[in-house]
Design a protein around this ligand. Structure first.
Ligand code: ADP
Length: 475
């Protein structure tokens, strides 16, 4: 495909050259000749008319002698490079600038007919066989007292005109050659601007198609081709990135599944082969149970993330009271809070606060945030869940006074499987998927979530929700 595009362009270039040549050789010579003939005839006719109205009329009125007229016309004929004649209506030659005056020998132009020009003012031919080669002849009548006394006829050699036409035609050919050579610039531009970049792009796409997504190429132009190259390059890097993400994801999932499975297997084997005595079984079976719980949690989180991804924006939105949902979710953590002596403080705006969102998913967000707040809080501390209203938004904040998040981790906590070093010791059951799920849900709603955190002081997660339009009167 690459080759043919270039060949096509070169073919078009040569077709342009051949057509140019054919058109110049067929039409231009006639156009030039016609133009030169008309121009010459125009000027000769003006001269002939002038002579007819001056010298010739004077001659017929006997005001000027034939010799004087002959001398004048001889000089003029040299200047015009033509033959000037005065002919009587009968065809008798009165004067001819190519011959001396000879009154005795009467010369007659046989078959002379002044209407030979047929409505035009000039004619081309041998002029009643008077010349051997073609001449351009103009005829102007000499009138006296409204009578035609004779004619001034000027002949000019066609060979001269043809010579001039050939000269002009040569100039046309030269112009064509120069144009042809200059249009090579277009060919060079095409090669530089279109062909070479296109070749690079095609090669790059071939590389991508064969799986080499890391192939890099650069086209430094700011036109459409440059833009196309940048788009293709970006597309390839995105595919490479998503491939990497996928690999990382599978590696993380496998790792997170393997460690609980290894520990379950280890404990069970030890129990079967008697390394763990029967009286200790309950303790280790509890550990095994906890590990299976962790696996269930991990599987559920993965399924949730997968559903969020595949369903995309498919949210089941409705108007509901966020305060009510917060109360319900906080209550579900009572059992978890008690052993750590953690108190969940609710600072809710109004009694009911209606938002328009997917209730199940927002409950999941609250669950994950409160779960994290409890996990990373110190013993005997307090967690504050607050709702506030600003313009058409409802803001929900979950604040703890726990271990906090180091500054360099703040951007990473939203990534799948990310767990900060600080949290690893405190929360062995964490999957690192909780906040990724939270982020996906809030983004799917077209809303935002933010975190403010200081290590050793605590963290606050705040997210926005769209206020319900139909429950304004409630507050
Ligand atoms: P998990 O809690 O299962 O490890 P998450 O995605 O919910 O996974 O959280 C990712 C990481 O963000 C946690 O491992 C922890 O390091 C940090 N983090 C989340 N919430 C808090 C919090 N309230 N206080 C301190 N660190 C937190």
């Amino acid at each position: 495909m690459k080759k043919t595009l270039y060949l096509k362009f070169i073919l078009a270039y040569f077709i342009f050259g051949v057509f140019g040549f054919v058109i110049i050789t067929t039409f231009v010579p006639n156009m030039i000749k016609d133009h030169l003939v008309r121009e010459k005839a125009d000027s000769l006719y003006s001269e002939a008319t002038l002579i007819a109205n001056t010298y010739a009329t004077g001659l017929y009125k006997s005001e000027i002698t034939l010799e004087t007229v002959k001398a004048q016309l001889d000089a003029l004929s040299v200047y015009l490079n033509s033959t000037i004649r005065i002919i009587n209506p009968s065809g008798r030659l009165v004067l001819d600038t190519t011959m001396p005056l000879d009154v005795e020998n009467v010369i007659v132009v046989d078959d002379f007919d002044p209407t030979v020009t047929r409505g035009s003012y000039y004619t081309i031919g041998t002029f009643f066989d008077d010349f051997e080669t073609a001449v351009l002849s103009v005829i102007a009548p000499i009138t006296n007292n409204y009578k035609v006394k004779g004619y001034v006829v000027i002949h000019s050699s066609m060979a001269d005109i043809e010579q001039s036409a050939a000269g002009l035609l040569n100039i046309s050919y030269l112009t064509l050659i120069i144009l042809f050579l200059l249009s090579m610039i277009i060919l060079i531009f095409f090669t530089e601007i279109v062909y070479i970049p296109l070749k690079k792009i095609t090669y790059a796409t071939e590389q991508y198609a064969s799986g080499n997504m890391r192939y890099e190429f650069q086209i430094e132009s700011e036109d459409e081709i440059g833009y196309l190259a940048a788009c293709i390059s970006f597309m390839a890097s995105e595919i490479a990135r998503s491939e990497d993400d996928q690999k990382k994801f599978v590696a993380n999932v496998s790792h997170d599944f393997r460690s609980p499975l290894t520990s379950i297997r280890g404990f069970l084997e030890a129990m079967i082969d008697g390394t763990i005595p029967p009286e200790m079984h309950e303790k280790y079976l509890t550990i095994v149970l906890n590990e299976t719980e962790r696996l269930t949690k991990l599987t559920n989180s993965l399924l949730t993330l997968n559903n969020l991804n595949t369903k995309g924006m498919m949210l089941d939105k409705s108007d509901f009271d966020i305060n009510g949902i917060i109360r319900k979710t906080a209550a579900s953590f009572e059992g978890t809070c008690k052993p750590k002596n953690i108190n969940i403080e609710l600072v809710l705006t109004g009694d009911e606060l209606y938002v328009n969102s997917d209730v199940d998913k927002i409950q999941q967000v609250l669950y994950n945030l409160i779960d994290n707040a409890i996990k990373f809080s110190h013993h005997s501390s307090s967690i504050r869940v607050e709702t506030s209203e600003k313009k058409n938004k409802i803001f929900v904040s979950v604040k703890d006074t726990g271990i906090g998040i180091p500054k360099e981790d703040l951007k990473l906590i939203w990534d799948r499987f990310y767990k900060s070093d600080l949290s690893r010791g405190k929360d062995k059951k964490g999957t690192g998927l909780g906040l990724a799920i939270v982020k996906e849900i809030i983004t799917a709603h077209g809303e935002h979530i933010n975190v403010i955190s200081t290590p050793g002081v605590g963290s606050e997660f705040i997210f926005s929700l769209k206020k319900s339009q139909y429950h304004d009167e409630e507050y």
